[in-house]
Design a protein around this ligand. Structure first.
Ligand code: UD2
Length: 315
């Protein structure tokens, strides 16, 4: 099925995931407006598409700016957020203003501009440390951080905006996303981006805890595919859907694989576990498969190989 929307808005489009999504939308022939305040994204992430998009530097806390960016759009992909969980623990009010109220403003701008479709990027964080595994969408949410509370409230707004105003909203609960352009510069960056840059620099990584904790690592191109499927889907309005791979990998094994691919042999340093770190996180993909027709295309090894190529070129 051809992509049904011509003019679309992507919030947070200069970020890691957003920039990959925009490349795909441009390839689909869409006119893309990007709204990003560049607080964590980089304009250089958009180098390959900058001549084909309209870039608006602005903040989702500012409703008139969003209204302007959303004008005449048929669909919105809402990715802009304060993305670091520990940052939201330190600054819960700022997180609420961005991740909660900012999200509500996106839906409100959609309503005011008659935008018919919105894809909202949520997170597996909403499951918290619920021990049941794999995590399925019918489970009770157990948010453990302001980030998770705000992502969950975004999902509730998404559902409300479908029920009250008939906007076709879908929430995607992303598991651990990795790939080219993920920024390794903060201690709270994704573990793969940190381990890659450590391996390339030939320095030992830190593993928090015993390294037996595991994660469902999904390659960014598969996340993009899920976003496009969600925009096209007819049967996901008001619903939240997991996006992962359905398999998990232990952090110790992850470092071994990164050593293999980068050709280094370095022992990791171990430190005490991070407070609140969850032991096992893996997505149940039944809903994604049945409602979106989503099936991840990239094996972990293939995704890691592409990621390595990028970090080598851009270290
Ligand atoms: C991810 C998301 C977060 C939220 C959460 C939901 C990222 C960056 N964060 O947090 O936004 O959605 O999932 O539960 O995707 N680790 C090390 N050494 C390091 C860095 C990390 O051992 O240098 C461990 C860390 O303790 C954890 C695992 O690797 O057990 C994954 O860490 P992460 O920060 O990549 O992601 P996570 O799952 O904490």
């Amino acid at each position: 099925m051809k992509f049904p929307f011509k003019k679309v808005l992507v919030t947070g489009g200069a970020g890691f995931i957003g920039s990959h999504l925009i490349e795909a939308l441009v390839a689909e022939g869409c006119q893309v407006t990007v709204l990003d305040n560049l607080s964590s994204g980089h304009i250089s992430n958009l180098d390959s598409v900058i001549d084909y998009i309209s870039f608006c530097r602005g903040d989702i806390r500012d409703l008139p700016t969003i209204e302007e960016a959303a004008r005449d759009c048929e669909a919105i992909f809402h990715l802009a957020a304060m993305v670091s969980v520990p940052q939201t623990v330190e600054r819960p009010l700022e997180s609420a203003a961005i991740n909660d109220l900012g999200t509500l403003q996106i839906f409100e701008a959609a309503r005011n501009n008659n935008v018919g479709c919105a894809v909202y990027i949520s997170s597996s964080a909403i499951y918290g440390d619920e021990p049941q595994s794999p995590k399925h969408e019918g489970m009770n949410p157990k948010p453990l951080s302001p980030y998770a509370v705000h992502k969950l409230s975004g999902e509730y707004y998404a559902r409300l905006y479908h029920e009250l105003y008939k906007i076709k909203t879908t929430s995607l609960r992303l598991f651990n996303v990795f790939g080219p352009r993920q920024d390794p510069s903060s201690p709270y960056s994704g573990v793969i981006s940190i381990f890659m840059s450590k391996a390339i620099a030939k320095s030992p990584p830190t593993i928090y805890g015993d390294g037996n904790q595991s994660r469902d690592f999904v390659y960014v191109k598969d996340v993009v595919k899920a976003c496009l499927l969600a925009a096209k889907a007819e049967n996901t309005a008001g619903i939240a859907v997991n996006v992962g791979t359905g398999s998990s990998l232990e952090i110790n094994r992850l470092w071994e694989m990164i050593c293999q691919i980068t050709g280094v042999k370095i022992k990791p340093q171990y430190m005490s576990p991070r407070p609140g770190d969850i032991l096992e996180s893996v997505a149940d993909l039944q809903r994604a498969k049945s409602l979106l027709g989503f099936e991840p295309e990239y094996s972990f090894e293939k995704g890691l190989a592409h990621t390595f190529e990028w970090y080598k070129r851009n270290r």
